[in-house]
Design a protein around this ligand. Structure first.
Ligand SMILES: [Zn+2]
Length: 227
């Protein structure tokens, strides 16, 4: 149900339409996985004349971690390192609390100060506003809030909002949702949520399985961003 609500701007609200929605809204050169075909050819240095779902999956599965990283940055996702992509978006790479408060359109990550398990979320609002909403949910003991559930189940644990960091920047709502889901999936690749790995209660946007091929790249990225 929640998924359908999230997709309420898609014309057909049926599971089969999910991938089409992803394609349409991601705005990459569209193919079944929202990966730009030209970029894929460039990274693999192959021409891919007869693309179909199966051979693209095979091509991606056979790529090196470095190639996958190139593809990820080429798709506008942020990986640490001196790339043009990062320079353009480095304004979100801030540790200054005052600057961080004002950032919006970000995918963020916040840890429990006691066990280090992180929550991954996205917001189009200023980060400070989203944080206040979470804090209100915790105060109101909202059972749908991942932070509250963690604190309830782990007495004495406190969320360390000062250690919040931004994983990515994205103005487009749908693409931000997809990015959030990609990071959540990297930390928690299984269908069920593992409370020892992540504070989120659900996986978010339904992703095609091909994105799991990039999990190693994203996990590496998250670790580096945590510095
Ligand atoms: Zn904890």
């Amino acid at each position: 149900m929640l998924l359908n609500n999230r997709l309420n701007d898609c014309s057909i609200q049926q599971p089969l339409a999910l991938k089409n929605c992803q394609m349409k809204n991601v705005l990459f050169i569209v193919f079944a996985f929202a990966i730009p075909v030209a970029l894929l050819s460039q990274v693999t240095k192959q021409t891919l004349p007869q693309l179909n779902k199966t051979n693209v999956k095979q091509v991606i599965a056979a790529m090196s971690v470095e190639q996958k990283a190139k593809l990820v940055t080429g798709m506008g996702m942020i990986l640490p390192g001196p790339t043009a992509n990062n320079d353009k978006k480095k304004s979100i790479w801030t540790n200054k609390r005052t600057e961080r408060e004002e950032c919006k359109n970000v995918v963020y990550s916040v840890p429990c100060g006691d066990c280090g398990i992180r929550y991954i979320g996205e917001t189009g609002q200023h980060f400070s506003e989203r944080r206040s909403q979470h804090q209100r949910d915790v105060k109101n003991r909202k059972k749908t809030n991942g932070f509250y559930c963690h604190i309830r189940e782990n007495k004495g644990h406190k969320i360390d909002w000062d250690k919040a960091l931004f994983l990515d920047y994205e103005k487009n709502w749908k693409r931000r949702k997809i990015k959030e889901a990609i990071y959540i999936n990297a930390i928690n690749p299984t269908n069920t949520m593992n409370k020892k790995d992540i504070l989120n209660l659900e996986k978010g946007y339904e992703l095609d399985a091909v994105w799991s091929e990039f999990n190693e790249v994203h996990r590496l990225g998250i670790t580096r961003k945590m510095g």
